[in-house]
Write a protein that binds this ligand. Structure first.
Ligand SMILES: [Zn+2]
Ligand SMILES: [Zn+2]
Length: 246
């Protein structure tokens, strides 16, 4: 956007906080007002190296929480990189984004993912961003897939390409409220690898990461099943990038 155009647009549409609509005094750059930004519980050390949770007891040696220590070393998903705790402002932002169809919130939500202390270290090793897919009927109802919006926004900022390498082949009732085992049963066989991506994934060197993208991670079941499908397609080192871990 040219400077004149930006100045003009600010004259007619003065910049406001994405969330509370408080006017912002600076030009561009700021997306949430300082008061709302303070309400975000961004992940800061010490956090679990497996799932990014901060309010947990960590093993002194591995720096993993009890849940992550129990997870098999051969689990298809190697790490969960979540930018914030699912508390305070974050659940509101996510539900406004998804159910309120406020797609512009992909911008501040991407800020949260990128605010993770290790994001900038990991980013150069990420080969592609794979959004968690949505069944086409659900997508038709919602009008968009929030994970895809986040993946494209992340891609725009980092230059890492998006690979829509997974598809959801079964439609399910909501997962909310279900326990991990029930989620696994409910979701069995839900995700399929898009064969057209096979060559691309099989040729990836071992040290290159494949990043799954989802708005929020609850039990991790969806991400784990997606990672399994990606592994079947040849992906090696898979991590999840998400706004928040509950
Ligand atoms: Zn605000
Ligand atoms: Zn953990």
């Amino acid at each position: 956007m040219s400077e004149t155009w930006e100045a003009l647009s600010h004259l007619f549409f003065p910049p406001v906080c994405y969330y509370c609509k408080a006017p912002l005094d600076s030009r561009g750059g700021r997306k949430l007002c300082p008061r709302c930004r303070e309400l975000l519980k961004l992940v800061e050390p010490p956090y679990c190296l497996g799932c990014s949770k901060t309010n947990v007891i960590l093993d002194e040696e591995t720096l993993l929480c009890a849940d992550c220590q129990l997870r098999s070393k051969r689990a298809p998903l190697s790490r969960i990189i979540a930018g914030a705790a699912y508390e305070d402002l974050v659940p509101h932002l996510i539900s406004k984004f998804k159910y309120g169809r406020c797609r512009y919130l992909a911008d501040p939500l991407t800020d949260i993912i990128m605010a993770h202390p290790e994001f900038s270290v990991l980013a150069p090793h990420i080969a592609c961003l794979v959004p968690v897919p949505m069944h086409w009927t659900k997508r038709l109802i919602r009008g968009f897939n929030q994970s895809e919006d986040l993946a494209y926004e992340l891609s725009r900022r980092t230059g890492i390409p998006v690979a829509k390498a997974l598809k959801r082949v079964r439609y399910h009732s909501s997962q909310a409220g279900l326990k991990r085992e029930a989620r696994m049963r409910n979701l069995g066989g839900a995700f399929q690898f898009e064969d057209s991506y096979a060559k691309r994934f099989q040729n990836l060197p071992k040290n290159r990461l494949t990043a799954l993208i989802d708005d929020v991670c609850t039990t991790g079941t969806t991400a784990e099943l997606c990672a399994r499908a990606l592994k079947r397609g040849g992906a090696k080192n898979i991590i999840l990038l998400t706004v928040a871990k509950t």
